[in-house]
Write a protein that binds this ligand. Sequence first.
Ligand code: UFG
Length: 347
Amino acid sequence: MTGTAYGVRMRVLVTGGAGYIGSHTVVQLVAAGHGVVVVDSFANSKPTVMARLAALTGMDIPVHAFDLTDIDKTERLFAEEPFDAVIHFAGLKAVGESVEKPLEYYENNLGSTFSLVRAMRRHGVRFLVFSSSATVYGDAQEAATEDQATSATNPYGWTKVMQEQVLRDVARADPTMRVALLRYFNPVGAHPSGTIGEDPQGIPNNLVPFIAQVAVGRREALQVFGDDYPTPDGTGRRDYIHVEDLAAGHLAALTRLASTDAPVSTWNLGTGRPTSVLQMLHAFSRACGRELPYVVTARRAGDIATSYADPSRANAELGWYAERTVDDMCADTWRWQSANPTGYPDA
Ligand code: UFG
C-alpha cells in the first residue's frame, strides 16, 4: 500500500470482477491508480468481458478463473500475491432461483466468504469491502437506515444477512480488520462508452434489463407486475442507482477503510429517491426514442411496494453522492444494449 498525492494506492483483489458491478468497479480502480487482480468463476459472466476491460483501462488485468469455494485455490492465490484489500462481489444473486435451490445459495455464498476471509486472515489482508444488499432490510425498505434491524424474505436475502453477521463477528474477534458492508439498492445503467454493461443469462429477472431487451427487440412487451400497490401510479417503486455511482461508492469506501478506526462500517448506497415501474419505462422510451409496449399482470410473489435508501450516512462519512439521474441510467443502458443486442460475445 503506498500513499500518494492522490490518496492511498492499494493492490486490490476483486472477486466477481467480470460481473456487472465488479467490471465497472475494476475500471474505476485502475483509473484511480490501484493495482487490480480479478478472480471470477465465470458462472454468470463471460471471459470476453476481460478484453473490454483491457480496451477501457489500457491494461491487461490479471484474472484467475476459479470458484472461491475452492479453499486450496483461494489459499494459493493469497500465497502468491500480496493483496492489501479485497472487494467481494462474487456470489449467486437471483431471488427466485434461491427459493428453488436454497442449498446452492447457502453453500456458494457463505462458502466463498468463509474461504476468502480465512485466506485474508492467514495472509494479513485487513481491508474488505463486501457487496451486501437492501434485501437485508426485509420488508422494511422505505427510507431504510443502516441501524434498522436486518431480516430477509428469501434464501438469497438470508445469505446476505448471514454473510454480514459472519463479517461482523470476524472483525470483533480481530479488531485490526476493516470491513465495509455496502448495502446496494437497485443498480442499473452502464459505462458511458457502451462497451460494458449488464448481461443477464436467460430471461432477465430485473426491470431495467428486461425493458432494455424489449427496446432492442428481443422481448415483446414489459410485464408490469401489479398496478394496485399503494404508490402514486400503483406500480412498485425502487431506488435505482447508476452503476457508475455505485462503483464510485466502492472506491470511497476503500479509501475510508484506510483511515477509520471502526472495524466494521455499514453504508447504504442509493439515491434516496424512488422511481416507479411506469416512470422507468417512460424514461427508457425517451432514451431509445419510441414508446415501449407493456401489459399489466399480477403482482410478483415476494415484491414490496416501495424501497429506497436513506443514503445520508454514506454522504456524510464518505463524501459520496449518487449523482446520475434516471435519464442518465436509461441513456447509458440503451447505449450498451443497442451496441451489444445479445450481450457479450461468447469468444
Ligand atoms: N418489475 C416488473 N416487471 C419485470 C421486472 C420487475 O414490473 O419484468 C418490477 C418489480 O415488480 C419491482 C420493480 O420492477 O416493482 C423492480 O424489480 P427488480 O426485479 O428489478 O428489482 P427488485 O427490487 O425486486 O430486486 C432488487 C435486486 C435483488 C434485491 C432486491 C431487494 O435484484 O437482488 O432488489 O433489495 F434482493
